[in-house]
Design a protein around this ligand. Structure first.
Ligand SMILES: Cc1ncc(C[n+]2csc(CCOP(=O)(O)OP(=O)(O)O)c2C)c(N)n1
Length: 335
């Protein structure tokens, strides 16, 4: 037991407390998203709604490697990203419910979570549309001589969009501190990646821009963390943008409206057998770093947080109709 513990700790350099935190965050994302799915079917949440279930290790590993003053630009599949950034689960759920206490005052919904305090810059619905925005943030950091990094997250489908190529090109020419994280869940809506992309390995698209590209097992939280720490270091210290591709899977359909019939049950089951939470829990348990009681307590705590988030969202008011035109244009009085 002791030997295994030492291997795990020396391999990752992590304290028991940190390892527990990763498991806790992955569980929080899983349970939060399960509840979101339920609330959607109860019509408490409307519009588009994309879940992160299956992608927890990629998310937690990635967010564990950035600093509080780094910037995040991400896609519409971002509830788990907001939670991993430490945004209050109640405010995230309230946003999904369209309530005034939500992260975007109830005006953004599922695809447009935003939180300036944690430099969580959204939440964007246009595939690849936020990549040029990340370039802008990277340029601003560079212009001001800062040492923050931009983490820009998108799906593999976005790597076939023109803005992806323009953004990587400019990031490299201007040597901007950006980590491009491609969450490769292998499907862009109903299209498998081989139907969308001429290149088989997406991380190799970085080579076109003389950029470092790397692929990591996105079902392994520590592997993602390790790869991200190095990518972030390169971006921050060497001003080398990096493209990191995380190999992962979404268990559910593209959105709540998609039953996902374009995938075989065997394929989904095979990925679920590699479940990032079950695998990490087993690893910690075998290493003597997690007892059954500790896990139960952690899980109960997560369920309580999710219950409270739903309760908060439920009890919060909708924005008043008189504020309908507020925030349509940026103005200093309405921050
Ligand atoms: C420019 C643009 N084209 C099409 C769409 C419709 N659309 C929404 S999500 C999506 C698939 C994107 O897949 P991917 O980038 O792999 O991300 P994932 O949903 O798998 O996280 C498409 C085509 C869109 N939102 N924007």
């Amino acid at each position: 037991m002791q030997a295994a513990e030492e291997t795990l700790l020396s391999g990752s350099g992590e304290s028991r407390e940190q390892l527990h935190r990763y498991l806790f965050q992955m569980l929080l994302i899983r349970e939060f998203e399960e509840r979101v799915g339920e609330q959607y079917t109860r019509a408490k949440i409307g519009g588009y709604c994309h879940l992160n279930i299956g992608e927890e290790a990629t998310i937690v590993g990635a967010f564990s490697a950035i600093r509080p003053d780094d910037y995040i630009f991400t896609s519409y599949r971002e509830h788990g990203h907001a939670l991993a950034r430490g945004i209050d689960p109640g405010a995230v759920m309230a946003e999904l419910f369209g309530k005034v206490t939500g992260t975007s005052k109830g005006r953004g919904g599922s695809m447009h979570l935003f939180d300036l305090k944690t430099r969580f810059m959204g939440g964007y619905g246009i595939v690849g549309g936020h990549l040029p925005l990340a370039v802008g943030a990277g340029l601003a950091i560079d212009y001001k001589g800062g040492d923050e990094v931009v983490l820009c997250i998108f799906g593999e489908g976005a790597t076939n969009i023109g803005a992806f190529h323009e953004s990587l090109n400019l990031a490299k020419i201007w040597r901007l501190p950006i980590v491009w994280l491609c969450v490769n869940n292998h499907y862009a809506m109903g299209s498998p990646e081989h139907k969308d992309s001429a290149a088989e390995f997406l991380y190799r698209k970085a080579l076109a821009y003389d950029m470092v590209g790397e692929r990591v097992n996105g079902m392994d939280v520590l592997a993602v963390r390790k790869a991200m720490l190095e990518a972030v270091r390169r971006a921050r210290e060497e001003r080398e943008p990096v493209l990191l591709e995380a190999d992962t899977y979404r268990y559910k359909g593209h959105s709540m409206a998609d039953p996902g019939r374009y995938r075989t049950e065997e394929e989904v089951r095979a990925w679920m057998a590699r479940d990032p939470i079950a695998a990490f829990k087993a690893k910690l348990t075998e290493a003597g770093l997690l007892s059954a009681d500790e896990y139960t307590q952690m899980h109960d705590h997560v369920l309580k947080i999710v219950d409270e988030a739903v309760d908060f969202a439920e009890k919060s008011p909708f924005p008043d109709i008189s504020t309908l035109y507020d925030y349509v244009y940026a103005s200093p009085e309405q921050r």
